[in-house]
Ligand binder design. Sequence first.
Ligand SMILES: O=P(O)(O)OC[C@H]1O[C@H](O[C@H]2O[C@H](CO)[C@@H](O)[C@H](O)[C@H]2O)[C@H](O)[C@@H](O)[C@@H]1O
Ligand code: UDP
Length: 972
Amino acid sequence: MPGNKYNSRNPTRVERLLREREQRRSNRAFLQHDAGNSHGGSGDGDDGGSCGMERETKGAREVNCECGTIPNGEAGLTAGKMSGNGCKRSNGKVMKQRLLVVANRLPVSAVRQGEDSWALEISAGGLVSALLGVKDVDAKWIGWAGVNVPDEVGQRALTKALAEKRCIPVFLDEEIVHQYYNGYCNNVLWPLFHYLGLPQEDRLATTRSFQSQFDAYKRANQMFADVVNQHYQEGDVVWCHDYHLMFLPKYLKEYNSKMKVGWFLHTPFPSSEIHRTLPSRSELLRSVLAADLVGFHTYDYARHFVSACTRILGLEGTPEGVEDQGRLTRVAAFPIGIDSDRFKRALELPAVKEHINELTQRFADRKVMLGVDRLDMIKGIPQKILAFEKFLEENPTWRDKVVLLQIAVPTRTDVPEYQKLTSQVHEIVGRINGRFGTLTAVPIHHLDRSLDFHALCALYAVTDVALVTSLRDGMNLVSYEFVACQGEKKGVLILSEFAGAAQSLGAGALLVNPWNITEVAASIGYALNMPADEREKRHRHNYAHVTTHTAQDWAETFVSELNDTVVEAQIRTRQVPPVLPTQIAIGRYLQSKNRLLILGFNATLTEPIESSGVRGGDQIKEMELKLHPDLKVPLTTLSNDKQTTVVVLSGSDRSVLDDNFGEYNMWLAAENGMFLRLTGREWMTTMPEHLNMDWVDSVKHVFEYFTERTPRSHFEHRETSLVWNYKYADVEFGRLQARDMLQHLWTGPISNAAVDVVQGSRSVEVRSVGVTKGAAIDRILGEIVHSKSMVTPIDYVLCIGHFLGKNNFHSQDAGAVVQDEDIYTFFEPELPSEPVNSSRLKSNDSNKQSDDCNKPPPDKRLTEKPSNSYKSSSRTSSHRNPRTLLRSERRMPTNHNTSVGWRSPQESMSWREGSSVLDLKGDNYFSCAVGRKRSNARYLLNSSDDVVSFLKELADAASQGVHSVSNPNHAG
Ligand SMILES: O=P(O)(O)OC[C@H]1O[C@H](O[C@H]2O[C@H](CO)[C@@H](O)[C@H](O)[C@H]2O)[C@H](O)[C@@H](O)[C@@H]1O
Ligand SMILES: O=c1ccn([C@@H]2O[C@H](COP(=O)(O)OP(=O)(O)O)[C@@H](O)[C@H]2O)c(=O)[nH]1
């Protein structure tokens, strides 16, 4: 029996991470010490050296080393160093853990030189820069080389050339690049994630092409997945990058659910209100959630993502991440960094020093302001230039004393929006230079091109004020690089508050709202006039951050947490009950003579709700609970079987059960078992004596108050409980309201009342103490046994339902009170012995299973000793066996409904006293939770759809009287 596994004391994640972090640190210290000793301290860790030249190699040119050569050959830490996770192969050797980095773009772009010869050039952009900074990892890159290679000869040659750089190409043809990259990625997702919304112009055309672009996006993701799958080896970590590859986690997990998959977004993740506008919003979120770990640059982006999953998918957002039926996708912030040493080293190179000298002389009489951006609308280049114009306008004395150097790297030049931006920027620059320029000098030097690494470092070094005015930016590495190169000059960084970097460099930078041209212009003035001591103080702050939060740390942390997350998930999975072995359950059913089926209703026999949590869900339809239409036939078959007793046990009131099940031959237990009826007969009450309902009016008052103030929430007034439901309300608001409501209730109306609070994921229910399915089952069973005058013991029990535990809110006492969930353990044959066991039919030897066929199925749960696991649970001391609890209770008629019948306590007790009612030896009892992974049930089924399939099969087998599977021990 599962018992209460979740309370067992495993080290917490933070404890484990702290321990591993410490371990990693001491490993690193040891390695540095070791490296210092063995190499005589010669290496500064510079993998690229300082060749500064391009070399021809076998049809492919090697890229400039200091510009970020991807070094040939292996460079790797063992998994132990990298992540605390060794990967043992079958021969017992600990192998390096390999990292497969999958990004749209490889760190190199290929340029064709001949039929089978290629030149490789480093790709520009933040992602590439960051991952180039990650050293000492046994990594392979998988991605697009930025070029269409239609012929096999070319593909073979390029694959070979890239292999030397540890790169593996994904070949995308022109059409797919057009639809997937230019279309869906850069014209839809990119602007949306940067708050520019879906394309506004030519809206109809975009809407029309949206579906084909989305299809191409999925196709392209599948192509990436295929390449990963070809190269994947057991134990590898697969790290998917960016918005281009949101379907990749799903495709990879479909191929191999054991693959360790992480996904990291380099752009912002927008507010869920923005993401909601995307037609494919849900599919994208679900696909990303297939990953084990999802990372973002900042906590805000992570929060937005979790919120989108909660609001759009209706999933549970927790501080850890997003939970879907017990499966957790961890979501966390991992701010990227740069390889700051690489920049510092570059400044020492003679070529760079020379460059610095040239620039210093060239701009000797002016302060240098610098902007380095891809020519992208998110970078706020027009806003930056306009602010500079305003500054010049308002500060005539500065006109010949300052120059703005703007490097605008062409990007995504096939996308019309980007082409328009280029013209717009040229127009503004021309106008300002015309306005403030002289015959010999212009205020803005605008370059539509990229610079090589050395030129860039030199520029960063001579700059007085760097100007980053992104309207939105995932992180913005330019700001980091500038800081890293300012060791001497200690210039000022003006930084947009909408760049992720504002969260890490905000203390030292001058933060601005780039939309506020006046503010940016004023900041320029402030920066240019800033006294040296303030500049120094600000710089010191940022420099410390940039040099300690490196790209390597970023990657190590991510991979290490990914490994941890997978371990945690494994622990979690071990605690999750296995899926109901349907074939065994059917086989045992057929072998038994007197069966009892206890079925929940809501979320068990109802149709699954597709869009739970989305505010657009069809509340009116969903609020009226309806039996799944496919269950009509199986329920008829099962309930008409003379050897089978069917009980539907639900929280719903009597009329709901009457409407849905009135026509079947079964027992209905309404209001959590407080009312009972065999169809065709009158309702009777099974309520405990002295059920105190005095609290109802005051709780109702509170429920009404909150219902009025929480749009689309509602409450149900049942006879023995009140339920407030906020499933259709804004989830986050609903939760806040629920918390507030509980506080009101605990301190007021229910502070002294004998009530239980059952908190569902979107509901709060207040019930009188004792109104639980777990408590009622004893009385229900008594009534059934009595009514049927049962002589044959019940030798098969199947109990399926979405039965809840008690209120999470006051979880500390969760074990002390009988819960709905206790119904599962009620039938456990080996609970700690109680007098009540005497009511059971004691199995005698002749009843013992004699052949293998009757042995418990080869499933851990059936073979483990239930009583042991029960004892090991933390609830042992406080948990009361429902049967014991109810011994002291007597059933009474109530005033609630005079038409209900009742049986005397003496009669009701008789089923237990001396009679042999239950003959359950562990292999003929099947308890099954539906849609809940944390449960005391022995098994689970994922949804009511699974329940439907199973009951159909069961009914088919029952009506044929034979079981198609010859060996019932074979799990379904
Ligand atoms: O490959 P392109 O389409 O030309 O674009 C270049 C890259 O741009 C984006 O970079 C982002 O990543 C940076 C590092 O994390 C971050 O600092 C920056 O704010 C982001 O914009 C894009 O996300 C990459 O995929 C592109 O390769
Ligand atoms: O001429 C250039 C200009 C910029 N970069 C690099 O491009 C990256 C830009 O990254 P950022 O995060 O600032 O923005 P992104 O372009 O990724 O959106 C930085 O590493 C720059 O060093 C470059 O390689 N050559």
